[in-house]
Design a protein around this ligand. Structure first.
Ligand code: FE2
Ligand code: FE2
Length: 263
């Protein structure tokens, strides 16, 4: 089973540029074009938040209109830039059959894997935070199945080194503490706009790079606050009886990159 993870789409009302500069609608359409052109099947899509920059219904309609072109079910969890209420309302317009989708937690079991989605956003705050209700629901889901989990949430539950983005995340350690009961699980996040990998309590944690606005590589005190425009990123998690193999994919730049060339 191939699960495509897309994160930090950051669409804006009216197709406006994010932060006055980034054509995020173009980034997303280039990403979907690229996925559709690739010779691998995608079974479903997990979208890990910051779908919008401004929380507008129009931005969600633009995002979901694009994602529908993939003709695969897509599941969502909110980020700090999202308006949870508007997001869910527009999602229901586009995907009325996906009744399992709710905040702060839902879980879908597929073949050999449990796909869990945990809301780590809290209104008016850019850092991560998970509710007792969400953690309880995760814990109950873990007790219900022997399958390993792919847990999707927006915020990275650890300090990445991108200093400005590393805001407090109360209860972050509770997440791996619950998931370590299911060996072979993987925590998948976004938010940092970079690719980062670590483990917590034996559970691997993967930060997927963004669909738009890749973070400048700067691990200094001032780092984590500047982005580049080109190249949408995504991840493909391949799930089989042998476990999860995760790939980071990059859409080639529309200008500047030449190739591909054979080695
Ligand atoms: Fe973001
Ligand atoms: Fe974010």
């Amino acid at each position: 089973m191939n699960i495509l993870q897309i994160t930090d789409l950051h669409l804006c009302e009216g197709g406006a540029f994010a932060f006055g500069r980034a054509d995020t609608a173009l980034s997303l359409s280039r990403l979907t074009d690229y996925i559709l052109s690739r010779p691998f099947p995608v079974d479903l899509v997990a979208v890990t938040g910051d779908i919008s920059t401004d929380g507008s219904a129009d931005s969600y309609r633009r995002a979901f209109g694009e994602l529908q072109r993939l003709q695969r079910p897509f599941y969502i969890t909110p980020g700090n830039h999202d308006d949870r209420e508007v997001l869910l309302r527009v999602y229901r317009e586009f995907c009325p059959e996906q009744t399992a989708v709710r905040w702060p937690f839902y879980c879908i079991e597929k073949d050999e894997i449990a796909l869990a989605f945990l809301d780590s956003s809290s209104p008016g705050q850019s850092g991560g935070s998970v509710s007792d209700e969400g953690l309880r629901a995760l814990s109950e889901a873990v007790q219900r199945t022997e399958k390993p989990f792919l847990l999707f949430l927006h915020h990275a539950p650890f300090r990445t080194g991108y200093t400005v983005m590393d805001e407090p995340f109360p209860q972050a350690e509770r997440i791996p503490e619950i998931l370590k009961e299911r060996p072979g699980s993987l925590i998948c996040c976004g938010h940092i706009h970079a690719a980062v990998l670590t483990h917590r309590q034996g559970v691997p944690v993967f930060v997927c790079p963004p669909a738009a606005m890749l973070m400048e590589f700067d691990l200094s005190e001032a780092g984590g606050d500047a982005f580049f425009l080109e190249r949408p990123f995504f991840a493909l998690h391949q799930v089989s009886g042998a476990g999860i193999v995760s790939h980071i994919g990059m859409v080639p730049a529309s200008s500047g990159d030449t190739g591909p060339y054979r080695f």
